[in-house]
Design a protein around this ligand. Structure first.
Ligand code: NDP
Length: 286
């Protein structure tokens, strides 16, 4: 039996359409559209591409999008001043700083500086704390996209054993919290995990977020399991995920492709987070 391929592009299009509806309603009620600001330091071409994609996506759903590009030599104090201004700017609902940043800047200080209510990437200590406590707040976009893909595929979650390979703050850790909140039994694996293939074979849901092309082989996958491939690896043969797709698809019950799987849902949830942030802020003001 071949796996059901969960189409991330189609799912992302649905999320964007939902956000566009919400944006229209918000704009009608409040007389202004939700605002998203993307800050980029330096002119790294990959960051440029990501920033442009996010800005375009925000405009397409009717938001006001601003892109600010600062010189490579920007100091932490200068960036802090800009973040402080945006924190109190009532037209700004969400902001993000494109990562990675130049060496003189600290991702930790940036995450601490952005107001948690505007932190649409969900990387600040307060946002991550709210996620852990199950309180409303900004949840990191990629793991939210993964949950939506699982739900769209109608993958049973309650009681399922989910193995998350990778423990980054951006993907692995928040992913494990969301799966736990959905009543999965969660195991988080990483570079020191012993006998990773055997552990993966126990997974009903296998989320690979490692950054190693095609590391997860077909014989790591339990027959019928749901395999979600977060990896984006640029190789000589083109874009590859962390999963050997053909091998895994022959065994799995569900699988996401790369490209066209998790990737498109990430930006869609950035938009969803911005709309939610705008709504929460307007409710707090009222
Ligand atoms: P990080 O490099 O921050 O984390 C990678 C994780 O994988 C670490 O926890 C590391 O373990 C673990 N790891 C590394 N090697 C192994 C190994 N041999 N066996 C088991 N675990 C291993 O990466 P990110 O979480 O930021 O990203 C992961 C992948 O997802 C990348 O390909 C990235 O491009 C992609 N990505 C995709 C997104 C999307 O929108 N689709 C968004 C964000 C990321 P340890 O902690 O022990 O070092």
């Amino acid at each position: 039996m071949a796996a059901m391929i969960i189409d991330g592009k189609a799912v992302a299009a649905r999320v964007r359409a939902e956000v566009a509806e919400g944006v229209a309603a918000f704009t009608g009620t409040h007389g202004r559209a939700p605002g998203l600001v993307g800050i980029q330091v330096g002119d790294d071409p990959a960051s440029e591409l990501y920033q442009a994609g996010k800005a375009r996506a925000a405009e397409e759903v009717g938001m006001i999008s601003r892109r600010l590009t600062l010189p490579e030599s920007t100091t932490q104090a200068e960036l802090d001043r800009l973040i402080d201004e945006l924190n109190v700017d009532s037209t700004v609902d969400g902001m993000l700083v494109q990562l990675p940043v130049p060496d003189q800047l600290s991702e930790r200080l940036i995450a601490n500086r952005i107001h948690p209510d505007k932190d649409v990437d969900g990387f600040s200590p307060v946002s991550l704390g709210r996620l852990m406590r199950g309180e409303p707040g900004n949840v990191p976009c990629t793991p939210q996209g993964v949950m939506r893909l699982l739900r769209e595929g109608e993958v049973p979650l309650s009681g399922a054993h989910a193995v998350v390979v990778g423990r980054s703050l951006i993907v692995g850790k928040p992913q494990s919290m969301l799966l736990l909140a959905a009543n999965c039994t969660v195991t988080v694996a990483h570079s020191r995990t012993r006998d990773l293939p055997a552990l993966c074979r126990q997974a009903d849901i296998l989320v690979a977020a490692v950054g190693r092309p095609e590391m997860v082989r077909g014989d790591w996958v339990r027959p019928g399991a749901a395999v979600i491939d977060v990896g984006i690896n640029r190789t000589q043969d083109g874009l590859r995920g962390d999963v050997a797709f053909d091998e895994a698809a022959a065994v799995a019950g569900w699988i996401t492709p790369v490209p066209g799987g998790v990737g498109p849902t990430t930006i869609a949830y950035l938009l969803a987070n911005t709309l939610e942030a705008a709504i929460r802020r307007s409710e707090a003001d009222a």
